[in-house]
Write a protein that binds this ligand. Sequence first.
Ligand SMILES: *[C@@H]1O[C@H](CO)[C@@H](O)[C@H](O)[C@H]1NC(C)=O
Ligand SMILES: *[C@@H]1O[C@H](CO)[C@@H](O)[C@H](O)[C@H]1NC(C)=O
Ligand SMILES: *[C@@H]1O[C@H](CO)[C@@H](O)[C@H](O)[C@H]1NC(C)=O
Ligand SMILES: *[C@@H]1O[C@H](CO)[C@@H](O)[C@H](O)[C@H]1NC(C)=O
Length: 537
Amino acid sequence: MFAFLSITRLLLLNWLATTRASQFVSQFNVGNDLEIRPSPNDTANLVFNTVHSLLLGWPHRRYKNGHTIVPGIIPPGTSLYHGAGIPEIPATPEWTALDSELSTLYCGLFSMERKGCWHLTLTVERPLKVLYFDGYSSLKFLDGPGTIDSQDVIAWEKVIPGKNHAEQERIVDLCRWGEKFKIDGFVRLHTTYEVMLCDFSAGLRLDSMHHIKIPYSPLQPENNSLLERPKMQIGVPLDVFGMGEIIASRRLDEYPGETRVQLYLHRLVSFYDLSISPSLAEQRFGQHRLQHRILGISQSDIHTVKARVESAVDGEWSNPTSGLDWASLFHTTVQRYADRLELVQLDLNTATRSSKDLFLRMRAVFLQLRGMTQPYDFVAAHPIIDGCRGEKSWALPVYNACATAYPLSLSAQITFTPSERLMLSALQATTREICRTITSMWADGVNHQIGNKQNDSEFTITLQEIHEKWKKDINSLISWLDWSVWLKCKPACSTNEMCYLPISPYLIPGETPAVNESDWLTQAQDPHPTCIPRHSR
Ligand SMILES: *[C@@H]1O[C@H](CO)[C@@H](O)[C@H](O)[C@H]1NC(C)=O
Ligand SMILES: *[C@@H]1O[C@H](CO)[C@@H](O)[C@H](O)[C@H]1NC(C)=O
Ligand SMILES: *[C@@H]1O[C@H](CO)[C@@H](O)[C@H](O)[C@H]1NC(C)=O
Ligand SMILES: *[C@@H]1O[C@H](CO)[C@@H](O)[C@H](O)[C@H]1NC(C)=O
């Protein structure tokens, strides 16, 4: 007993400890050069995106391979749904859905009976402890692209690509592992979110068990012969199971996403954290994020990450001592800059027809840039008169103030968990890169007095040069940030359409099914948003 307690306490202390030595969180340093770009190996932008995408649907249908694991609770009063072929409460771990569109689909799929299936509604009676795997975490391809990797690290301490479909074994092993931490279930993204429930009798009450008609039957009603099963692995038409799931999935596309799962972000563990999984840095080098996988991680990193997850779920789960609302901090940054940066990019990438056109466009962009730097446009910050036109060191105080706007003052006083230090450094580095780019662009505009010119008669070749430079600056910032709010249908859809990012195994209307699974995998690799009809036909 004593030994158990002290180990627990040790883990907890270890987890709370604020070591200055961590590789990831160096002393925050804004720097004194407006031209220094982030290192290609830095993961700050990836951690930022990961945190801001948790429990949404949309971003994970593009970046399917999850890299982050977060403990959380499902509060009392929440309904969980389960579809079954027999009228019984499952006695072993099983899957439940947070939305009935998903559970009724499975109700039909597994029923042996022609007429009906059983739909269970369970109500949560005490906070359920869950562990959330981000990414498109319930998507299983044969030799999958890596959607299940993070689960396998927890269940089996290795990634086994051939075992993507070993769902029964996975749920049992995850639940067995979670027992000593009193974990009730695991949350993954299906078309909407599902909860892999370890024990249906723990913390839940059965509210109803209805005998319902099978919504989508593989059986043909007239002569009871089996229809050919849709070939899931090569894609099925969008409305083969109705449009219910697709419509349900829309509810989670935008922030805040699935609010019935409440995450403890201050206990988050990410494979993008260089201090706990450095072995992945090398294999990610030069790869697009679409290709990032956990497969290939070293065994020692697996142990480090798993130990971090175990210390994060150990003991009482409570709110962070820092008191910070991390989700809001991240969201505020996105809210503040997303539209403005997008507009700047649009303006700079739209062709101009005349020099007057270019002049007006550049002025409009300059005003946007000034709008973003305004709170830091110090009276003392102005170009050195008669100095070199490219000289921008006068703008460094503006950059520094912009880049340290809020997080720095916090970091000095508060005891952070390792997860919070990871998030803080991602927030800082992201803010820094935004501020570096916009300050540098804005300073170009001030140097060349773009804001003061009244007409295009003073138009020179310089304006074209600045235009080219700005275009490069904004494009590289936007591709580095790669926020999912910018992933949308362009042009926007009409009112009887919806913007859709492919949900496996459904095909976009007009798309031909793949011939085999590996072909399907390639098709699904780099999905693009498309406008589709709201109604099934
Ligand atoms: C009955 O089953 C056969 C396949 O065995 C199918 O071709 C036929 O369309 C079905 N329906 C009717 C009404 O016969
Ligand atoms: C980034 O990582 C690659 C591969 O590990 C390494 O070769 C390269 O030197 C690193 N670059 C920087 C700037 O650290
Ligand atoms: C253009 O601006 C210059 C000074 O900036 C001024 O002298 C000139 O009259 C203006 N021309 C027109 C057409 O407004
Ligand atoms: C799948 O189909 C493609 C052609 O679209 C072919 O090149 C490939 O060899 C096939 N793979 C398998 C495993 O059959």
